[in-house]
Design a protein around this ligand. Structure first.
Ligand code: SF4
Length: 272
């Protein structure tokens, strides 16, 4: 399990999917806050849901403070001649839950334009907040949207992610959001309770993802200690099978299963 981030900026982290990525954690410093409780979460079980979060409003970093931290980190990297491929909003929880999420996005875009024009701003999100027009409008201002969908039906979504948001609401939100990458974590457990990599589960997932029509699909599995200790990674051969099935229906799908891959720590978890 990973410790929670102590600050706003972390990395740069080398990720096979995202390249050299500078992570941005806008969650309160000492709390994982999420609408999901994923079996594979690398930050452990969710104890703070948005409605029951113990954090006061000021525990969330102010948008200007986020921008200052990121600007300083970019200046430091520039000074040392270090290259980054993108800024990535992720961290130990769901970033779109920040009460001032739209302001955070605008502040980040401003500092990016000042210090590193052209550097893409990306987000790893669990897709649970898309019923909010303010959140979706802010997401549309972000250059690259990596949106989680680990199941093709409500039952499996409950088992894998313990989502507090209805499956249909998530799928409808994803259908409305333009130019997204769907990211899917495939896992199974030794007890037979969780398995989204079986044939039936994959068929349902492909049907659902096809209806969403994303620009691309990223398929991967765990490579760090998950919250649910009985969880197992899916073999690379199976991940590639799943990618081929997705490609067969016209989806642009890639499997990321290289052993020892350094993933981007952040929710969404490639490792969020
Ligand atoms: S993996 Fe991401 S979406 Fe799932 S519980 Fe952890 S922080 Fe939340």
């Amino acid at each position: 399990m990973l410790p929670l981030h102590q600050g706003i900026v972390y990395g740069p982290v080398r990720s096979r999917r995202l390249g050299q990525s500078l992570g941005i954690n806008i969650l309160p410093r000492h709390q994982k806050i999420c609408t999901f409780n994923c079996s594979y979460c690398q930050y452990g079980w969710t104890r703070n849901y948005p409605s029951g979060a113990t954090s006061s409003a000021d525990a969330w970093p102010d948008p200007d403070v986020v921008a200052l931290s990121v600007g300083a980190a970019l200046e430091r990297l520039k000074y040392h001649g270090e290259h980054v491929d993108r800024l990535t909003l992720a961290g130990h929880g769901e970033p779109t839950l920040h009460p001032q999420f739209p302001d955070v996005v605008d502040a980040l875009l401003r500092v990016r334009d000042e210090v590193a024009p052209g550097l893409p701003l990306a987000i790893l999100s669990n897709s649970s907040t898309l019923a909010s027009p303010a959140v979706t409008a802010a997401l549309e201002r972000i250059d690259q949207r990596y949106m989680k969908l680990d199941a093709g039906d409500a039952t499996l979504l409950r088992r894998v992610n313990a989502a507090t948001v209805p499956f249909d609401q998530i799928v409808e939100g994803l259908r409305q959001l333009p130019h997204i990458v769907i990211q899917t974590m495939f896992v199974r457990d030794r007890l037979g309770r969780i398995d989204n990599a079986g044939d039936l589960a994959v068929s349902a997932w492909i049907t659902t993802v096809s209806a969403i029509r994303p620009d691309a699909v990223h398929i991967y599995t765990i490579d760090r200690a998950p919250a649910w200790p009985y969880l197992q990674p899916i073999a690379a051969t199976r991940l590639h099978d799943i990618a081929r099935r997705a490609q067969a229906v016209g989806l642009t799908a890639d499997a990321f299963a290289a052993p020892g891959e350094a993933a981007m720590p952040g929710c969404a978890t490639e490792r969020k």
